[in-house]
Design a protein around this ligand. Structure first.
Ligand code: PMP
Length: 355
């Protein structure tokens, strides 16, 4: 290949997504999907849209979906941006809001897409170490910066920052944009959405992939000051003026209409998380406190990579990151009770040394 192109490809560092295997007899606990189906109202809405209307383009502004989100979150429609999953919303936010002469800051252990976006858009960044106990300490971010991004709860640790800490950060860092990625907020954290009217430099990003069981539909959104939202709209419009298809729009609206289903599924996951945590602790695992739909765990006597490989042989997949400081850890999605019991039985054998 032409060496110029080869260098271009080499310098575009790829994001490595969690595996989506084709086998059907797997216990799949590797990509933090919700183990329960989406609301029946979502399925009805999508079925209702499956017809002649697919001939027509969707609403480029996704107005009805934005209204549903705005009503639910208690903000104005002009404070809502929607995109094809929160990954796309994040990509647009990095491009629109984080180009700055100073480096942006994010934790050293965090969502691995952030450095990829920085590479893609030539954004300088510095990583800020988590504390010994894998927490974000906001004092560490109070230095000149071009923007601050972190997930709350953080991934893959599951640790959550109290809303009061985010408020302090926003009060003491007013000269750059702060992006809080709330992909997992509905599993126990307190959303910073309540702060967007008070802090014009705050952007909150959420998704329907996790707590609303719609990872396959690809709907994410951002909440913020109308000016920040306008910046995102301009970037989006330059890529694709139709961010969401018709099925995603009607499905997304229905998801916000069914509060009972949402409550039921998040409570079920939080209950199972507690029960699985205890089961893993009983097997000798160290389990970080989690406010997400996954647990981050390690066993003092067993290598994380080897445990992940041994689980895979038993058709159970969890996530293992070959990264400094977290190499010994496994990230385990909270599945159904039945799936978690299969996992506990397998781990019980493995830590007891049974092949
Ligand atoms: N942020 C974080 C922290 C995540 O873990 C994920 C899921 N991989 C996302 C954003 C993206 O989720 P989605 O694109 O499905 O909305």
């Amino acid at each position: 290949m032409n060496p110029y192109w080869s260098a271009l490809v080499r310098d575009l560092k790829p994001y490595i997504p969690g595996e989506q295997p084709k086998l059907s007899d797997l216990v799949k606990l590797n990509t933090n999907e919700n183990p329960y189906p989406p609301s029946p109202k979502v399925l009805d809405a999508i079925r209702g849209e499956l017809g002649a209307s697919l001939r027509l383009y969707p609403d480029p502004n996704c107005e009805l979906l934005k209204q549903a989100i705005a009503r639910y979150q208690g903000v104005g429609t002009n404070q809502v941006f929607v995109g094809n999953g929160s990954d796309e919303v994040l990509a647009h936010a990095f491009q629109a809001l984080l180009k700055h002469p100073l480096p942006i800051l994010f934790p050293d252990i965090t969502y691995s897409f952030y450095p990829v976006y920085c590479g893609l858009y030539a954004i300088a960044y510095e990583t800020v170490p988590l504390t010994e106990s894998f927490e974000i300490r906001i004092e560490d971010y109070l230095r000149p910066n071009g923007g601050i991004v972190f997930p709350n709860p953080n991934a893959p640790t599951g640790r959550v920052l109290p809303l009061a800490d985010i408020e302090t950060l926003l009060s003491r860092n007013r000269s750059s944009v702060v992006i809080v990625d709330e992909a997992y907020i509905d599993f126990g954290g307190e959303s910073a959405a309540a702060l967007v009217n008070r802090f014009p430099h705050l952007l909150v990003i959420q998704t329907l992939s996790k707590s609303r069981s719609l990872a396959g539909l690809r709907v994410g959104f951002a909440l913020g000051n109308p000016e920040l939202i306008e910046a995102l709209e301009r970037v989006k419009g330059s890529f694709n003026s139709y961010p969401l298809d018709r099925l995603a729009i009607v499905g997304g609206i229905a998801a916000f209409d069914d509060r009972d289903h949402f409550e039921w599924s998040r409570q079920a996951i939080m209950w199972t998380r507690q029960w699985l945590s205890q089961g893993l602790a009983d097997l000798g695992f160290e389990v970080l406190p989690s406010a997400a739909n996954f647990l981050f765990v390690r066993h003092p006597g067993h290598d994380g990579g080897e445990l992940a490989a041994a689980l895979r042989e038993r058709h159970i997949i969890v996530r293992h990151f070959k990264l400094p400081r977290i190499e010994q850890f496994l990230r385990i999605t909270v599945g159904t009770e039945e799936e978690c019991q299969i996992l506990l039985d397998a781990l019980s054998d493995l830590v007891a040394g049974k092949a």
